[in-house]
Design a protein around this ligand. Sequence first.
Ligand code: ADP
Ligand code: MG
Length: 252
Amino acid sequence: MNDFFIEYSDVHKSFGEKRVLAGVSLGITRGETVVVLGGSGTGKSVLLRHTIGLHRPDSGEVRVDGEEITGFDEEQLIDTRKKVGMLFQAGALFDSMTVEENVGYALREHTDWDNERVCERVREVLQLVELENVEDLMPADLSGGMRKRVALARAVALAPRAILYDEPTTGLDPVTANTISQLIRSLQRRLGVTSIVVTHDIRSAFTVADRIAFLHEGQIVFDGSVEAARASDQPLLRSFLQGGGYGQTPVQ
Ligand SMILES: Nc1ncnc2c1ncn2[C@@H]1O[C@H](COP(=O)(O)OP(=O)(O)O)[C@@H](O)[C@H]1O
Ligand SMILES: [Mg+2]
């Protein structure tokens, strides 16, 4: 019996003629942080989106907390999405809402908490991402790094048991990217959450990962510890690591 909180078993997914996932099998143990590395357009975001039912596989299974979710209806998926928070690639804050409204949004949607309790929780999760006194600001007032932090606060507001990070450091300068990587690490330690971090940022990958999986042409072609990844003679992974992530801006 394994102790996976999230498990993909032989997941296939095509869009029309385009085959994106061609039999992905990967398990993420409770409390573990797995980084899924891969070039641009290899299906990293598509894989993550399967975890919360935003895509359904053509075949194969996705299990979250022991439950096979591929047949779940929207109502059942709401529970899955409470358990699994996602930090979307674009950050995706609501531009017309304050930071407080953005972070409190899911709490107001999914709990019957009164305003005071929501505000308190918002303050608490903002502190968790090292932000203070930003509640009344608008997203346009924030730097890129702050926007990521707010999006992260929003993803953890409902106290999820797992967090999915889609390219959390993309578009940030190297110093800010590093602070976000450190923050991901510290959230994992402090909250004990299971995490999947999808990235082509190799430096970030080695900072946050307990384990690295490398996605290439729709399959996981390497899956092992950080040390094993560094030492790997898997040619695709080696050239990816040496090239700073092919098809991407080199790591700075
Ligand atoms: N909703 C969709 N409809 C059609 N094609 C999609 C959809 N989402 C992703 N794709 C395609 O799937 C491939 C993988 O995309 P994605 O997972 O976003 O890659 P990445 O590894 O960069 O995150 C791309 O070719 C993309 O165009
Ligand atoms: Mg992507």
